[in-house]
Write a protein that binds this ligand. Structure first.
Ligand SMILES: [Zn+2]
Length: 243
């Protein structure tokens, strides 16, 4: 990886507090950034006593694309050893709320994938390619960051236009049929409400049935959120009950 002023410029782009970029390079069209925290002393997570350095361990995690290119962060994690004789913990490595343990995406990348599915109506498969991860990883980001929003922000309350769209997330091969996922979007606000494995039809009927009755009565449904909603494509809730 190259060092110097380029890395300093990229550090400004990184925008992750407590982290700095120490080097950068390009590999197979991807941006690779070496990063480390600005921490100088590590306290033992168990007893709080400052320990001694025990070397570093490199962790690869994917982040927001830079200038449209997939970006990989190589985090040189500090590890430490506890010297408090009464402490039961012998060693540890540093942690960050921005990168979960064993994660393959940063938390902000996971949030962005969820936002793009909900607001930009991008498919999970497209985003998986763009971020350089597998479909399941991108889909898990939508579930993890989307579900709490659905449950806690009352987003169903003001929804009157429900967009339903099918996405292919695994094409058929000799061993399996094509796998589909159905997404539910608040058309007026362009927000993701939910993503459910399977095709529309039964999936849509079951999903709407699971929502409060007062809500089902106030919505109109469009078959594809990628197309403008037209009266011909919309169905009232009473029509929908015959699906
Ligand atoms: Zn300790």
């Amino acid at each position: 990886m190259g060092n110097g002023s380029d890395a300093v410029g990229v550090a400004a782009l990184l925008g992750m507090h407590d982290f700095v970029v120490t080097a950068q390079t390009e590999r197979d069209g991807e941006v690779w950034l070496a990063i480390e925290t600005t921490t100088t002393r590590l306290a033992c997570p168990s007893c709080g006593v400052f320990g001694v350095g025990n070397g570093r361990r490199r962790v690869l995690v994917r982040d927001l694309p830079i200038a449209g290119r997939p970006t990989v962060l190589v985090w040189a994690k500090r590890t430490g050893r506890c010297q408090e004789t009464l402490c039961e913990r012998s060693s540890w490595s540093e942690t960050s709320s921005l990168i979960s343990p064993r994660a393959s995406l940063t938390e902000r990348a996971r949030r962005e994938i969820c936002r793009r599915v909900g607001e930009e109506l991008d498919s999970v498969a497209e985003l998986a390619r763009e971020f350089g991860v597998g479909w399941a990883t991108a889909h898990q980001a939508v579930i993890d960051h989307g579900d709490p929003l659905i449950e806690h922000d009352g987003r169903l309350e003001h929804v009157t236009g429900l967009g339903v769209d099918e996405h292919t997330f695994q094409h058929a091969n000799a061993a399996r049929r094509t796998q589909m996922v159905t997404t539910f979007v608040d058309i007026d606000r362009g927000r993701l409400l939910d993503a459910v494995p399977g095709r529309s039809g039964d999936v849509v009927r079951d999903w709407v049935k699971a929502q409060p009755f007062w809500w089902a009565d106030q919505i109109r449904v469009a078959g594809s959120t990628r197309s403008p909603v037209t009266p011909q494509r919309s169905a009232t809730c009473s029509q929908k009950r015959h699906w």
